[in-house]
Design a protein around this ligand. Structure first.
Ligand code: ZN
Length: 451
């Protein structure tokens, strides 16, 4: 049982809320209820967000690629460094890094993660004896951290648009569609070790890395569950895809791939107004990763047209250069303000930006990960976050402005408790296994940087 002084329920704010949990779900909600002995008591309870896009291993290179080299640094020079780094990672290191990443996500207030998983093979490109070895390492990390996992094994067949061969730095990622089918089934079998809220989806990496006929076959392989794809992150990628397929990536997908509510288009940064409206109408989720998109110089998402058209979106931490829910929300809105020279941009119609952003990202993230979560209501997964509304950043605000305080004035330190499918993983702001997970991460980083 959880007792909250106040909670944001599906129908709005309520006081003195008592939640009964059963089998990872919300079984009952009482309002105006007194706390009882044995209840976990919290101040303000919110639906917890899902982090819809992560490449866990990239956390280990945070801060390593911020030095200017000769000429102009870009997404593509960052990617070259990432490939060199990737060549060294062992399965044990990947597990330790992923567990630390998931711990940081939970402490930031996320209950679940979509792991867009493309580091599959040995450094020379040969599969491990168990082709799903690296997927198993992600699952082992999720067992330690307790995070709700939607595993998205990635099909990555080509080094660039037009079926370019894989480069040396991409060997660990590569599969043709047949071998990917073997990997997917091995991952599906291994996923059974995780709690019942874990989900399996598929992720065609991008229209750079997957040819149209393979994309169609991949979707046929996985007739249910989430489908995630990187799309329109960089202008160069838009030009390359247009030159090859005759349409911009988002437009091509909408016209050729039966994009619907199962789909999540990661970034969708460079869209025309027509693409924004059409993506919104498809029911798919735009997977926005504001911190990474800023770090890599991708550009700001075209928010106003998309939000006005009722487009769905959620948040991801992608490169994991910094894992912070409040910073992610804040930068999403601030990137729009800086471009448009206006205020209060990411809201449909009138009203609180914080309330709109938070609720939309909660619903969109849950949809994208195939989790019955995103609102506090009976029958939903108990993906919950408690924040302390008496913290200095929030204490002066009426509850109608509390989410504006969270988005614009607070840090993740206001998070006190997090539950993922009922698993109480963060208490008093700390992950319950922080010491062990952190020690293993430090060991892995020492090994990795030894020479
Ligand atoms: Zn990504």
């Amino acid at each position: 049982m959880i007792h909250a002084r106040q909670a944001l329920l599906a129908e709005g704010w309520a006081r003195d809320v008592r939640l009964t949990l059963a089998d990872g779900r919300i079984a009952g909600i009482e309002t105006g209820a007194a706390p009882q002995a044995g209840d976990v008591r919290v101040d303000t309870l919110l639906p917890a967000l899902a982090n819809l896009h992560s490449h866990a291993f990239q956390r280990a290179m945070a801060g390593m690629a911020e030095e200017r080299q000769e000429g102009r640094d870009s997404f593509w020079t960052w990617r070259a460094l990432m490939y060199r780094f990737v060549g060294r990672l062992t399965p044990g290191q990947v597990e330790a890094i992923a567990a630390q990443v998931q711990l940081e996500m939970l402490e930031a207030g996320y209950a679940a993660v979509g792991e867009f998983h493309y580091l599959h093979h040995q450094p020379d490109g040969r599969p491990y004896d168990d082709i799903a070895e690296m997927s198993r390492r992600i699952f082992a990390a999720a067992q330690q951290s307790g995070i709700g996992l939607t595993h998205l094994p990635v099909l990555y067949s080509h080094g660039g648009a037009g079926r370019a061969p894989l480069g040396e730095g991409q060997r660990r990622f590569g599969n043709d569609i047949e071998r990917f089918g073997v990997l997917l089934e091995a991952a599906r079998a291994a996923l059974g070790a995780l709690p019942g809220d874990a989900r399996l989806g598929v992720a065609p990496h991008s229209l750079r890395a997957v040819a149209p006929e393979d994309l169609a076959q991949l979707v046929a392989m996985q007739p249910a569950g989430p489908i995630h794809i990187h799309a329109a992150e960089q202008p160069q990628e838009v030009r390359d895809v247009e030159a090859w397929l005759g349409a911009r990536p988002v437009a091509w997908l909408l016209d050729n791939a039966a994009v619907d509510g199962r789909w999540c288009l990661i970034h969708a940064t460079h869209m025309t107004a027509a693409e924004s409206r059409a993506l919104a109408a498809s029911g798919a989720v735009a997977g926005l990763c504001p911190i990474t998109e800023a770090n890599l110089g991708d550009g700001p998402f075209a928010g106003p047209a998309y939000v006005a058209a009722g487009g769905r979106f959620g948040l991801g931490s992608d490169s994991n250069v910094l894992i912070s829910l409040t910073e992610e929300l804040r930068l999403l809105e601030y990137s729009q303000r800086l471009r448009d020279l206006g205020r209060a941009v990411m809201v449909a119609g009138r009203g609180s930006v914080g309330a709109f952003l938070y609720a939309a990202a909660a619903r969109g993230g849950a949809q994208a990960l195939g989790r019955a979560a995103g609102i506090i209501a009976p029958g939903r997964l108990a993906d919950l976050v408690a924040v302390d509304s008496t913290a200095p950043a929030l204490c002066a605000l009426p509850r109608e402005k509390l989410l504006d305080g969270l988005v614009f004035a607070a840090r993740d330190t206001v998070v006190t408790d997090v539950w993922s499918a009922g698993r109480h993983l963060v208490r008093e702001g700390r992950h319950v296994r922080r010491d062990d997970i952190l020690a293993a991460f430090r060991r892995a980083m020492r090994e990795l940087t030894a020479d």
